[in-house]
Design a protein around this ligand. Structure first.
Ligand SMILES: NC(=O)c1ccc[n+]([C@@H]2O[C@H](COP(=O)([O-])OP(=O)(O)OC[C@H]3O[C@@H](n4cnc5c(N)ncnc54)[C@H](OP(=O)(O)O)[C@@H]3O)[C@@H](O)[C@H]2O)c1
Length: 266
């Protein structure tokens, strides 16, 4: 990427691991003021050491209203809603409380944090809100629907909020990032979460469950990008753009896959 010619103040949630951590590192290296947040107190010091530069690290559990309120004191140009969790399993039998809790984290808490950021951005005269959604927030993927539905809602929310902010006319931009599969450990936890509760009471047979287990390991090995660089570059581009696009997708072939599947009526 080209050198950064301007410095922004950027807050990212869920920065202790994976894409969030790699993005925080890239933003620090590009000279931005980065508020890197994690929901684990124990992770704060090591994350600060790992990021160095002008990074401020603090605890932000996005479901905790007191933690969310901390950002009202900060001058944030860009909010990156990256924190997220996963749940998988058939919609025919998953305990709906699991789905409800997931919506609380992936959708409602991110929106509540966003509302606070928008308040400060109105006072500051503009800013950018970024939501990290997913390719499965565009294409329904069987057995990943509990997670996929939260990301569908997030992608839709980003698009609608973007238009609302245009109407508001205070210089607030909204973008959504839709990653394909990246090897951060997230997918392994997401795909296997259903096997914590799918047992002989499941409507799926033991042999169907066994096939799902071996299929998921094989599929993930095949589809996951090993490096997060392509998606980190998209998040950095959206953060730095004067007028960011609505949607950023990586790896590049995922944009084609999503388009093709939508044309085919997926
Ligand atoms: N990896 C992929 O292939 C992929 C694809 C599409 C979209 N995404 C999205 O990209 C984002 C980052 O995922 P990743 O792959 O980097 O996985 P990750 O390493 O698990 O990142 C998610 C981060 O969010 C944190 N988090 C979870 N619940 C939180 C809460 N209530 N408050 C604050 N932080 C919380 C997690 O902490 P703990 O794990 O310590 O609880 C973790 O650090 C997620 O939104 C994910 O849905 C990932």
């Amino acid at each position: 990427m080209k050198a950064n010619s301007f410095r922004k103040s950027i807050l990212i949630t869920g920065a202790g691991t994976g894409i969030g951590r790699d993005t925080a590192k890239a933003l620090v290296e590009r000279g931005h003021k980065v508020y890197a947040t994690t929901h684990h107190d124990a992770e704060v010091a090591s994350l600060r050491d790992a990021l160095g530069g002008d990074a401020e690290v603090f605890r932000l559990e996005i479901t905790d209203p007191q933690d969310r309120a901390k950002i009202a004191e900060l001058d944030i140009d860009v909010l990156i809603n990256n924190a997220g969790q996963g749940e998988s399993g058939s919609l025919a039998e998953i305990d709906i409380d699991r789905v409800r809790r997931l919506f609380e984290v992936n959708l409602f808490s991110s929106l509540e944090l966003t509302q606070i950021a928008i308040g400060t951005m109105i006072e500051r005269g503009g800013g950018t809100i970024i939501f990290i959604s997913s390719a499965v927030g565009r294409i329904p993927f069987p057995f990943l629907m509990p997670y996929g539905m939260t990301k569908f809602a997030l992608s839709a929310a980003a698009s609608g909020l973007r238009s609302e902010m245009r109407t508001l006319g205070k210089g607030i931009h909204v973008s959504v990032i839709e990653p394909g599969a990246f090897h951060t450990g997230f997918n392994q936890r997401l795909w296997s979460s259903r096997f914590e509760w799918m047992d002989n009471s499941s409507i799926f047979s033991a042999s169907q469950i066994e096939t799902m287990k071996s299929d998921s390991t094989r599929t993930l090995r095949w589809i996951e990008a090993k490096s997060t660089v392509s998606i980190v570059n998209k998040i950095v581009s959206a953060s730095e753009a004067k007028t960011p696009r609505l949607r950023y997708v990586a790896p590049w072939y995922m944009a084609i896959v999503v388009r093709l599947l939508r044309i085919l009526g997926a």
